[in-house]
Design a protein around this ligand. Structure first.
Ligand code: GDP
Length: 527
């Protein structure tokens, strides 16, 4: 126990992983409604209207009606303080989405129960595996005709390799959706449609054998529910807290985000079971959240949040201790002490001046180009946190200048933007091309827009025959040299001068990996 323990133990820091359109935005709205953060749900993303969420800051975002930013929302629930880190999801999907997952202690996986496991969810689950992050699951859209819930759970188990433990169980779906049976509380919670914008007063029927249940949902449905539950309980896993914490088992909740039903159930589960801020590994030692001394790492840098100022915000996850306004921090990579008087905290989507923040919280530091992704800040101790990687890009384009005289500025801009994590840049060993790699397609536009406004260079893209990249390393120096010689046409240096294999196709990559078994091909790279 330390002086910060009581505050730290209240924190739950999570993000939502889902495929576009599964309901992440709607869930975020309802979650904030429960957190009393907003009075009436429906203000997070004003899609199709003129009302834009506060985090929409760039002109480009406004034009497209999407949010480029990963914002952070803090709200109270039960006796906890919950931090929800937004993960860009549609066209704004990017490496930041992945890296945000390295800054949380748990995730909510949202699945459209009519569709089951979808592509983006698979990818994001892979990223959570890097830290074996505990996953809570919400099966959404039960107010529509959905697939057999048992079948969808099977699909999650088989495709995502995580055991499912139902905590609630749906009664009907679509127009016949009646509510859920809460297996742990042994009660039926009845659904009323059309009240999605409010916190509903729910009707609860205790016990599965209660005759009131037959009256409420009808004899047939009640009998069917009893039979089904017997089957489900026999065939599925029981909730096991230890396995949940290891990321091997997920508690599953059912409901409808639009109807605001079931959201509070998973919030109860999340606050009760999800871990408070977890220890983090640094190169020197493990750092525990309730240590007295402050420490944190930067997982995301965002430009121009406030269009009036050309500054950037570095998002820092506090790993241990407490931040208070005006405190001195050591920027470890630079060996510099800085006094931080104007960090921002994120209370319910609003950016405001931080009072205090504790391990598990996110704060934003104003950054004039000195802070990089992965940087560690401490109260003096020399630490470098690990586990905040770059992820191999999945999309590539050659970038070219309209005015060839500005090659130097272009390279400088690209390297700086890659240090911010906006994009990655690769320079092939055999020619003077500049290849930009990204995880989400919007990043290409962001980079050209920022090159123009911040570096005054006018650049355009051309297609390039690269589909995937891997960072390479080899222990045996002779074999490594041989590999470099043989594969030179496929090798490039990234923004930090790390050797990278850029492959025209998966087949080519697989072949090279087979041919060079002594070379390691990495999908992520530590900063
Ligand atoms: P995101 O792309 O994951 O952020 O998904 P949104 O929250 O924007 O939802 C995508 C669409 O699905 C929107 O039209 C929502 O109104 C709708 N939607 C979300 N949750 C539900 C639900 O529980 N039931 C139904 N019928 N529609 C939903």
């Amino acid at each position: 126990m330390s002086s910060v323990s009581p505050e730290v133990s209240k924190r739950r820091t999570f993000a939502i992983i889902s495929h576009p359109d599964a309901g992440k935005t709607t869930i975020t709205e309802k979650v904030l409604l429960f957190g009393n953060a907003i009075q009436r749900a429906g203000t997070v993303k004003g899609r199709g209207s003129n009302q834009h969420a506060k985090s929409d800051w760039m002109e480009m975002e406004k034009e497209r009606g999407i949010s480029v930013t990963t914002s952070v929302m803090q709200f109270p629930f039960n006796d906890c303080l919950v931090n929800l880190l937004d993960t860009p999801g549609h066209e704004d999907f990017s490496e930041d989405t992945y890296r945000t997952l390295t800054a949380v202690d748990s995730c909510l996986m949202v699945i459209d129960a009519a569709k089951g496991v979808e592509d983006r969810t698979r990818k994001l689950m892979e990223v959570t595996r890097l830290r074996d992050t505990p996953i809570v699951t919400f099966m959404n859209k039960l107010d529509r005709e959905v697939r057999d819930p048992m079948e969808v759970m099977d699909e999650v188990e088989n495709e995502l390799k995580i055991a499912c433990a139902p905590i609630t169980w749906p009664i009907g779906c679509g127009k016949g959706f009646k509510g859920v049976y809460h297996i742990h509380r042994e009660e039926t919670i009845l659904y009323q449609s059309g009240l999605g914008h409010t916190i509903q007063e729910v009707r609860v029927i205790k016990g599965l054998d209660n005759p009131e249940l037959d009256v409420a949902i009808g004899d047939d449905l009640a009998a069917q529910l009893r039979d089904e539950l017997e089957l489900v309980l026999g065939a599925s896993n029981e909730f096991d807290h230890e396995l949940f914490l290891q990321g091997k088992l997920t508690p599953v909740f059912f409901g409808t985000a639009l109807g605001n039903f079931g959201v509070d159930h998973f919030l109860d589960g999340l606050t009760e079971w999800a871990p408070s801020p977890l220890p983090r590994q640094s190169e020197e030692r493990e750092v525990v959240a309730d240590e007295e001394n402050f420490s944190g790492f930067v997982f995301k840098i965002q430009a121009n949040m406030d269009p009036k100022h050309r500054d950037r915000i570095a998002f820092m996850r506090i790993v241990s201790g407490k931040y208070s306004q005006g405190m001195k921090m050591n920027h470890v990579r630079l060996g510099k002490t800085v006094s931080i008087s104007d960090a921002v905290t994120f209370m319910a989507g609003d950016r405001e001046r931080a009072a205090d923040a504790y391990a598990g919280d996110i704060i934003g530091l104003h950054n004039h180009g000195t802070i990089q992704i992965g940087d560690t800040f401490t109260q003096g101790e020399k630490l470098k946190f690990s586990g905040i990687p770059n992820f191999a890009p999945e999309l590539f384009r050659r970038i070219r200048l309209r005015d060839p005289l500005k090659q130097k500025q272009l390279l400088k801009g690209l390297v700086q933007l890659s240090e911010e994590g906006a994009v990655q840049v690769f320079r092939p060993l055999i020619n003077n091309d500049l290849i930009v790699g990204a995880v989400g397609v919007l990043q290409f536009d962001v980079v050209v827009a920022r090159l123009k406004s911040e570096y005054n260079v006018d650049a355009i893209y051309e297609s390039v025959n690269v589909t995937t990249a891997r960072w390479v390393s080899g222990k045996d120096s002779k074999k490594y040299e041989e590999f470099k010689r043989k594969c030179e046409p496929n090798l490039a240096l990234d923004g930090g001068d790390n050797l990278t294999y850029i492959a025209p196709s998966r087949v080519n990559l697989n072949l090279s990996m087979e041919r060079h078994p002594d070379i390691t091909f990495h999908q992520t790279r530590e900063h």
